[in-house]
Structures are given as structure tokens and as C-alpha cells.
Design a protein around this ligand. Structure first.
Ligand code: GAP
Length: 446
């Protein structure tokens, strides 16, 4: 939650963004032809590329570029005791109220800005007392559907990281301090999913649990905070729209030593996109208690056994994608009174890196030859229909950093026109070696 006295807003209008996302095939409601279900979204051709780029960049930074972090892809449904040990079965709930008149349900702590009651003359809802509503989604395993077959869709991805801690450590021949990272789906039966993909019932998390000696957790907490802020800036999110917010003492979980949220300035205000938590020894101590397995480590220095502490970084892939969309969206006035809509993505996250646009259908053959070469390395789009200005605009609107035009001169001089999205400047470049040219441009950003 953002600080209540903070009413800053970005200039982007959510309705413009949501409409662009649906129209150009980024993100739209799941099961739309049946009316959809609140809190579930499908990512279309451009959306899946965008979110995959976010996930790949995270994996690259958090796993591949580090000696001290290992990857994991744990099951969505794991042993139900996992969620008893973590406290989710007993405590993972939000306060809920019902309106006695219209029967609608709301989160008791999020009543600001809700629609008026349709069944009250004065529009005022008549709420019940708040009660706890558990957010875990349940299912049954096997042919019997009774209390013994209940299982849970994970509400956060980190469960298997804790239960498989020893396996990963031994298999990868790691020693504390080290981390385990995972990207995957999580499910929460949110009372009020809202703000597009910001709060949904099925979403993706990118989580890393870093295991260390409890004496060293403050040091690692500071380290991971810096690493994670740099990640968001390198994705292309403007630093002025990012901040960290330490949790107040009454927000901290009873076992946590420290917690800070990374917040982004959305059109609906400052909101969390990532949580960075020093969770103390709670996780491994609980799983050790519930499983009866020893999850302690040996300290060579003191010759004592200890339960590792955990510093967690937990970021939503969907919320990061939404932050990127909000950061990138702009409408520009052009000379001559025209306007263009641009998604100013960094080349790292842009769903399409290059569009190949032959000036005429007669130039299809050489243009498709170029396309085949560039496709070996990048996601490239091909479009030969419509006037060239309109084709540029269509690429600006989905954030393609570069367009390549093959014209009649290209057949003679072997050069193509490269047009940049942001400056709209054009340059003649030899077609041979174009792949290398874009590789270099990708390295340096736009
Ligand atoms: N393991 C810690 C944990 O799950 P969290 O603050 O509940 O912490 C971490 O979630 C991140 O997951 C959030 O910062 C957000 O980006 C994402 N997230 C949580 N609930 C979400 C929801 N209902 N819809 C979309 N993203 C969500």
C-alpha cells in the first residue's frame, strides 16, 4: 500500500493503455467471449513477448550472471503441509465486508473509490463487520474429493524453494550464503481484483530467496536492495517513477527484521511492484519443525550449527510489465498537427526489435531474405501492406525501436534505410552486416 498522504499520479490514462493493449494484442480479458472472469488475463502475441523479455532479463541478472544464485522450477501444487508450515492456511487472509443491500463483497481496507450501492437510495453501502477471508485457492488431488485430498495452488512461488533447499544446495554444491531463484505462476483468490493486471487472481512472480548466516542478513538486505533497484532502472523504468518505501513497524511480519517495497508511480498512484524482506530464520525453522528434517548448516568459523536466515526479493512479472507499459506510453504532437502514439520501450524489453518494410510488394524477395537473416537473432516483424508512414506509426504504437525499409535503390546499392522510433531519423546502412549493426545497437540501448 502506498503512503495515504501521497496522491501523486502519472499523466498516462489507464483507459488509453488498456484499450491499446486490447486493440494491438498485448493483454485482454481471459474468456472474453463468455463475459470473462474478473482477475484473469490472456497475454496476446505482443504481450507474451514483452513479459518473456522481462522474465528473461530477470533470469539473466539474478541467476546466470551470478555464482551464488541457482535456478529452480518447482511444482505449482506442492505438499499441503508446506502451506501449513508457512502460515498461509491459518493466516493468509484479507479483511472482507459484504454490503447487506447489494450483496457485493469488498476488501475492508480498500473501500476508497468503490462504486455506490445500486440498491440504496442514498448510494451508501450497508456493510457487515469485517471478517477474514482466506486467499488460498483450493483443489483436490486424486479421485476422492474430501478433507484428506485438499491441496492448494501456491499463493507465492517461494514454497518449493524452501522445501527443496537441501536438494538444490547439495546438487549445485553450494554453501550458505547462496540463493535460489524461481519464476512461475501464483494464485490468490483476491476479493477485489483491480487496476488491469496490477491485482489479479492468477499472476506470475519472480522470487529469489537468499540463505545466509543470521548475523549477515542486514548486509545482504542492503546488497539486494541496490541490485533490485538497478534492475528496474536497466529495464528502462524512469528513476523518477521509482522509489523504495520501508515498512512501518506495525506492517512488519512478527518474524521479519526489515522490509522495503519498491514502488512505481502508476496512473492510480504509488504502488508496490516488489517486496524485499529480511525474513530472519522463520522459513527454514518452520519447515524443519513441520517436516522433522534438519535444515541447519554448519558454521566452520564457530563450529556451531545454525538455521539460515532468508533475504527475499519478490517481484511480480505482471506488475513489472504494467509499470513498463505505463512508463513507455506517450502521445506526441507532430509537425503538421498529426499525433502519434508511442510505446518507448528499451530495446531489451521491446516485443518486436526490428520491422522489415519493403517499399513495394515487388521488393518482397530481397526484403524477406533480410528478414530471414535478422530472425536468427531477434524477434522481427514483416509488413508489406499500406503506405510507409502508416506502417511506421503502427510500429511506433507497439514500441518497435527500428524499422528497416528496402526500396528500389537497395537492389542497386545494397543499402537499406533504418528509421529510429524515438527520433524518427533515417540512416542508410549496408544491408550486409545489418544483423551485427542491430546487435551493437541492442548492446548500447537506444
Ligand atoms: N513471497 C512474498 C510475497 O509473495 P507479496 O508482497 O505478497 O510477497 C510479491 O508479493 C509481489 O508479487 C508483489 O510485489 C507484486 O508484484 C506481486 N503480486 C502479489 N499479489 C499480486 C496480485 N494479486 N496480482 C498481481 N501481482 C501480485
Amino acid at each position: 500500500m502506498s503512503a495515504p498522504d501521497d496522491d501523486a499520479r502519472s499523466s498516462v490514462r489507464m483507459e488509453d493503455l488498456v484499450s491499446l493493449c486490447a486493440r494491438r494484442g498485448f493483454i485482454f480479458q481471459s474468456g472474453e467471449i463468455y463475459g470473462g472472469i474478473n482477475g484473469f488475463w490472456d497475454y496476446g502475441p505482443l504481450g507474451v513477448e514483452l513479459k518473456n523479455n522481462v522474465k528473461q532479463f530477470w533470469w539473466q541478472r539474478m541467476v546466470r550472471e551470478r555464482d551464488d544464485v541457482e535456478g529452480l522450477d518447482g511444482a505449482i501444487i506442492t505438499h499441503p503441509r508446506t502451506w501449513e508450515a508457512s502460515g498461509h492456511v491459518a493466516n493468509f487472509s484479507d479483511p472482507m465486508v459484504d454490503c447487506r443491500l447489494c450483496q457485493k463483497r469488498f476488501r475492508a481496507d480498500q473501500l476508497e473509490g468503490i462504486a455506490p450501492c445500486a440498491d440504496a437510495d442514498d448510494g451508501a453501502h450497508r456493510f457487515t463487520e469485517p471478517r477474514d477471508f482466506n486467499l488460498m485457492l483450493q483443489t483436490h488431488i486424486g479421485a476422492q474429493a474430501d478433507a484428506s485430498s485438499v491441496a492448494y495452488l501456491r499463493a507465492e512461488t517461494c514454497g518449493p524453494i524452501f522445501t527443496s533447499f537441501k536438494r538444490v544446495r547439495d546438487g549445485a554444491r553450494q554453501k550458505v550464503p547462496f540463493g535460489i531463484a524461481q519464476i512461475g505462476k501464483a494464485f490468490r483468490n483476491e476479493i477485489n481484483p483491480r487496476n488491469f493486471i496490477f491485482r489479479s487472481r492468477e499472476f506470475e512472480q519472480m522470487e529469489m530467496e537468499f540463505f545466509c548466516h543470521p548475523d549477515e542478513s542486514p548486509k545482504w538486505f542492503a546488497h539486494w536492495k541496490d541490485v533490485r533497484m538497478q534492475f528496474h532502472r536497466d529495464l528502462g523504468i524512469d528513476a523518477s517513477n521509482l522509489r523504495t518505501r520501508p515498512h512501518a513497524p506495525d506492517e512488519l511480519a512478527h518474524y521479519a527484521n526489515a522490509a522495503e517495497d519498491v514502488e512505481f508511480l502508476f496512473p492510480f498512484g504509488w504502488q508496490e511492484i516488489e517486496g524485499i524482506h529480511d525474513r530472519g530464520t522463520y522459513d527454514l525453522a518452520q519447515h524443519s519443525k513441520f517436516s522433522g528434517k534438519d535444515l541447519t548448516e554448519f558454521d566452520e568459523r564457530t563450529k556451531e550449527r545454525f538455521t539460515p536466515a532468508v533475504v527475499e526479493t519478490s517481484v511480480g512479472a505482471d506488475r513489472t510489465t504494467l509499470a513498463l507499459l505505463c512508463s513507455a506510453y506517450r502521445e506526441e504532437e507532430l509537425e503538421g498537427g498529426d499525433t502519434r502514439t508511442v510505446l518507448g520501450f528499451s530495446p531489451t524489453v521491446a516485443p518486436i526489435k526490428v520491422a522489415v518494410l519493403p517499399l513495394s510488394k515487388k521488393l518482397r524477395e530481397p526484403a524477406r531474405g533480410l528478414l530471414a537473416d535478422l530472425r536468427k537473432r531477434f524477434n522481427v516483424f514483416y509488413d508489406e501492406s499500406g503506405n510507409i508512414g502508416r506502417r511506421y506509426r503502427r510500429q511506433d504504437e507497439v514500441g518497435t525501436p527500428w524499422c528497416v525499409t528496402w526500396d528500389f535503390d537497395s537492389n542497386d546499392d545494397g543499402q537499406v534505410t533504418v528509421r529510429e522510433r524515438d527520433t524518427m531519423t533515417q540512416e542508410r546502412i549496408p544491408a550486409e552486416g545489418l544483423r551485427r549493426y542491430f546487435e551493437d545497437r541492442m548492446e548500447e540501448g537506444l
